[in-house]
Write a protein that binds this ligand. Structure first.
Ligand SMILES: Cc1cc2nc3c(=O)[nH]c(=O)nc-3n(C[C@H](O)[C@H](O)[C@H](O)COP(=O)(O)OP(=O)(O)OC[C@H]3O[C@@H](n4cnc5c(N)ncnc54)[C@H](O)[C@@H]3O)c2cc1C
Length: 440
């Protein structure tokens, strides 16, 4: 039995079998055989994994693990509709080169691009921007191998309930073998990154979120500074006069050496001497995040993350962000926590996907992190109480401690998801401990 672990290295499993299918037929045969196997309790289970970038146990299995890297790449392009169909195992970082010949780009992205397209949509992966939804909102069609082994295509016009639920399907409804995405013409992003007083950012937060295409900020606990990032969309090749892409040297110094290598070294030091964290955070918030550049959208959206951490992220109603941050600040002081990782704040448009964290409301995302070598759990539990008191919904791929009952009040369309679940996977071929915990 071989061991599998996630990116953070703290979620481990021992699949009974690891398969690398490269055709839909192979996947269908594996799932069909699992559906026909054993009694409900002794049944073979099947789980697809993407890049293993979820922090939760959502991708773990003791059954058959499907690694879909052999099912990757561009399957079709509708030039008129600006839609592309990608195989389910395609990694996000491969998509820009696949779309470039057609002059297309993804509408919005998160802050890294290592994930698989199917893992990203299954867990509700998102970026920032109040006029934009998460990656799942860009999906216009899916083909899945459902729990009976049958291959089913769905879209708003065909198997509409399955389509609705499977866009953030948690891996519970089927193996996604292809995804059709609504794209946009390739575009340039103009990035302005500045340290600013947190109080000033809070005062103008809503206005900035509404007036900037993609606004986010990082607040270093123990300081009153926010590192703001404001990205503005321009037609390809255009942008403010004189603003250029980051030079290779600036990228190396800012993103590789300071953001990853120096930060990693500081984390090693602060893990041993937590009392220096407030001073280190003050220094970090003054030294980093002051630059302006413009480049192809994916080069601006996505950065590299080599320092391993654990993360919790909650989606709260947009207007709750200032109150939640103020309470986090008080909690950190009262509990005497020393936190070296910045708190990340983003936003997204509301959407209509049953289990999307932005379902039915404009959303503020607040993410907290701790280095993998530090026990994060007292901090995460205390923060979760605050997030929950503000109607927060946890990111499906990041740490949370909620159980199925907790979701009843959070998702008005949970019944629709359950109904689709019962049809798509009547024998629970795709179950694992995470789904047993969060779904009824
Ligand atoms: C450094 C880092 C940065 C991150 N940044 C962001 C961010 O900016 N925004 C954000 O929202 N999240 C972010 N995340 C979280 C991450 O995007 C999600 O957890 C995402 O699911 C990871 O994709 P994956 O391919 O690694 O999926 P995995 O973790 O491998 O799997 C996740 C789920 O998807 C299912 N799945 C995978 N492939 C298939 C398939 N073909 N069919 C059906 N189900 C499938 C799995 O079974 C599992 O249930 C980040 C994570 C890390 C480690």
């Amino acid at each position: 039995m071989s061991e599998w672990c996630n990116w953070a290295g703290d979620q481990r499993c021992y699949p009974s079998q690891v398969l690398h299918p490269s055709t839909v037929q192979e996947i269908s045969a594996v799932v069909g055989a699992a559906a026909d196997s054993g009694s409900p309790l002794a049944k073979t289970t099947v789980k697809a994994v993407g890049a293993g970038h979820s922090f939760t146990d959502i991708a773990l299995t003791s059954g058959v693990q499907l690694r879909l890297d052999g099912l990757s790449g561009l399957q079709g392009v509708d030039r008129e509709a600006l839609q592309v169909t990608l195989a389910g195992g395609t990694r996000l970082h491969n998509i820009p080169a696949l779309l470039a010949p057609y002059g297309l780009a993804l509408t919005n992205m998160g802050d890294i691009d290592r994930q698989s397209i199917s893992g990203a949509i299954s867990t509700g992966t998102h970026g920032t921007g109040l006029a934009f939804g998460g990656i799942a909102t860009q999906v216009v069609g899916l083909t899945l191998v459902i729990g009976t082994g049958e291959v089913v295509h769905c879209s708003a016009a065909e198997n509409a309930e399955l389509f609705s639920a499977a866009r953030v399907g948690l891996g519970a409804l089927g193996i996604i073998v292809s995804v059709t995405l609504q794209c946009v013409p390739a575009f340039t992003l103009h990035a302005v990154e500045r340290p600013e007083p947190l109080a000033q950012v809070m005062e103008s937060l809503l206005e900035r979120q509404r007036s900037t295409d993609h606004f986010e900020f990082y607040w270093f606990p123990h300081t009153s500074t926010a590192l703001t990032k404001s990205n503005t969309r321009y037609p390809l090749g255009q942008g403010p006069a004189g603003v250029r892409p980051l030079s290779a040297r600036a990228h190396l110094v800012d993103d590789v050496l300071v953001s990853n290598k120096l930060f990693s070294a500081l984390c090693q030091v602060t893990a041993k001497v937590p009392s220096v964290i407030p001073r280190v955070n003050t220094m970090a918030s003054q030294l980093t995040g002051n630059r302006e550049f413009a480049d192809l959208s994916h080069r601006v959206f996505a950065t590299e993350r080599t320092v391993r951490f654990r993360e919790m992220e909650y989606a709260v109603p947009l207007l709750e962000i200032p109150a939640v941050l103020a309470e986090l600040d008080v909690m950190i002081k009262q509990r005497g926590f020393t936190i070296s990782f910045p708190v990340e704040v983003r936003c997204a448009a509301g959407d209509d996907i049953p289990l999307s964290t932005a379902h039915g409301r404009e959303t503020g995302y607040i993410a907290i992190h701790q280095h993998v070598k530090i026990d994060p759990f007292d901090y995460f539990h205390a923060a979760e109480e605050i997030f929950r008191a503000h109607g927060g919904r946890p990111h499906w791929g990041k740490w949370h401690f909620l159980q199925s009952n907790d979701f009843l009040a959070l998702y008005p369309e949970l019944n629709l998801f359950d109904r689709v679940h019962n049809v798509a996977d009547p024998k629970r071929v795709f179950r694992n401990t995470y789904l047993d915990r969060v779904l009824s």
